[in-house]
Design a binder for this molecule. Structure first.
Ligand SMILES: Nc1ncnc2c1ncn2[C@@H]1O[C@H](COP(=O)(O)OP(=O)(O)OP(=O)(O)O)[C@@H](O)[C@H]1O
Ligand SMILES: [Mg+2]
Length: 201
């Protein structure tokens, strides 16, 4: 589907709340890695360095496809607004009842004036990239985070880069149950890949 139409339809649905979020308890650290990996070809082409520091498992209760939208938009922006030779860093950590995710880049950054409007529909601050995309990504991100009772903040400096900080409520499950909740076929495959990588080194 055309990306613009797709985003408009999604935003419209989310705004009118015609869909009830389909909340399940799942491992968001695995989801973060999987979403980031979808951009591997793009960051390799642009020769961008990627650093990842996420926990083995971190459980959230949310609609998976909603949060997928959040990560995809943050990663695609980080890659789009970072020049060759730059770096993107993904960090995820659990702090008490909250899961914190930050996506940083060493890209073009934003002026204070731009920063005020980036979550508005159709706003694009960076004219050199405005042909790419439509300025809907971050308004979708903001709306999704409202629906899942999370939040987003941005720290950015023009010419130096940007960091988007996302906070989500951690799932209310005991730590010892974390492993069994995470034991989905997708996570097992992911764990095996990590083990393979480790033994290669
Ligand atoms: N990582 C970033 N670095 C610098 N500027 C950014 C970054 N992320 C967002 N912005 C600024 O915020 C604006 C809005 O971002 P948003 O994701 O909503 O739209 P877009 O990326 O331009 O288009 P779309 O997401 O629809 O493809 C961007 O046009 C850009 O000016
Ligand atoms: Mg975008």
């Amino acid at each position: 589907m055309n990306i613009l139409i797709g985003n408009i339809l999604k935003l419209n649905k989310l705004e009118n709340q015609r869909i009830t979020p389909d909340a399940v308890t799942y491992d968001v650290s695995a989801q973060l890695c999987e979403s980031l990996l979808q951009f591997e070809e793009t960051w390799e082409e642009k020769e961008i360095e990627v650093e990842v520091d996420v926990e083995d498992h971190a459980m959230v209760t949310a609609d998976e496809s909603f949060l997928e939208l959040v990560w995809n938009n943050l990663f695609s922006n980080a890659i789009k607004f970072t020049e060759s030779g730059g770096k993107i860093t993904l960090i995820q950590i659990t702090e008490g009842d909250y899961i914190r995710v930050s996506v940083s880049d060493t890209g073009c950054g934003m002026k204070e004036e731009t920063r005020k409007y980036i979550f508005d529909k159709f706003y694009q601050g960076d004219t050199s990239h405005s042909k790419e995309g439509n300025g809907l990504g971050l308004s979708l991100v903001k709306r999704v985070l409202e629906l899942v009772e999370g939040s987003i903040e941005v720290v950015s400096e023009e010419g130096k880069g940007s960091t988007f900080h996302v906070t989500l409520p951690a799932a209310a499950i005991a730590k010892k149950d974390c492993q069994s909740f995470s034991n989905t076929p997708q996570n097992q495959r992911y764990d095996r890949e990590i083990e393979r990588e480790k033994t290669k080194k």
